[in-house]
Write a protein that binds this ligand. Sequence first.
Ligand SMILES: C[S@@+](CC[C@H](N)C(=O)[O-])C[C@H]1O[C@@H](n2cnc3c(N)ncnc32)[C@H](O)[C@@H]1O
Length: 214
Amino acid sequence: MDFLDPKLSDYSEQLTSPETDLLARLNRDTYANVLIPRMLSGHMQGRILSMFSKMTRPKTIVEVGTYTGYSALCLAEGLQPGGRLITMDINEELETRIRRYFDESPYAGQMELIIGNALEILPGIEGEIDLAFIDADKETYAAYYDIIMDKMPSGGIIIADNVLWSGKVLDAGEIERDEETRALYEFSKKVHNDDRVENILMPVRDGLMIARKK
Ligand SMILES: C[S@@+](CC[C@H](N)C(=O)[O-])C[C@H]1O[C@@H](n2cnc3c(N)ncnc32)[C@H](O)[C@@H]1O
């Protein structure tokens, strides 16, 4: 579902900083060779993630749901010198492609990929998490959010993708019968009612929930 008129969307992309060559190649490669390429963040959302990262200058970034690595490469652009990005994905078939692109990035030495179930990996991450991007199985967003929030300092930011879910979160029938829609609907309410954060539901692409720890 396009929330924005495609012409306005094109216009906005044209007047947004371009993708790097590496990101453009990964974008094309994913669309040509990987299943469900629309999962990739893409040009506009990728620049937004990069901008958030550059504005917050995180020491530690955690991403839940790497897919082919596009969003991780964007988030890494704002890392502090000596900072690290940890990204995780349960699908081992993606690993070779992700590592190939990470190796070409100027942030290669700062990016760690862990293949496995995020719910099992996240509790073991040591130290504080300054910036997190949640973009994996929708039913587990709330659990990821709570684990990450407990590891965040004041000022830490969690960004969660797909909270508008193609508009299905407005449909009471979908909320009742579809588990993913219900989970995303409940997740947005949970964040909005969480006294630990201030939040914005940004109607960008499929909806980005931004929560900043007070
Ligand atoms: C929407 S894609 C991520 C897109 C990526 N962040 C980007 O913007 O290019 C979701 C990914 O989450 C992964 N995933 C699903 N369940 C997971 C879990 N329990 N633990 C880790 N990764 C999971 C999937 O394998 C898939 O690659």
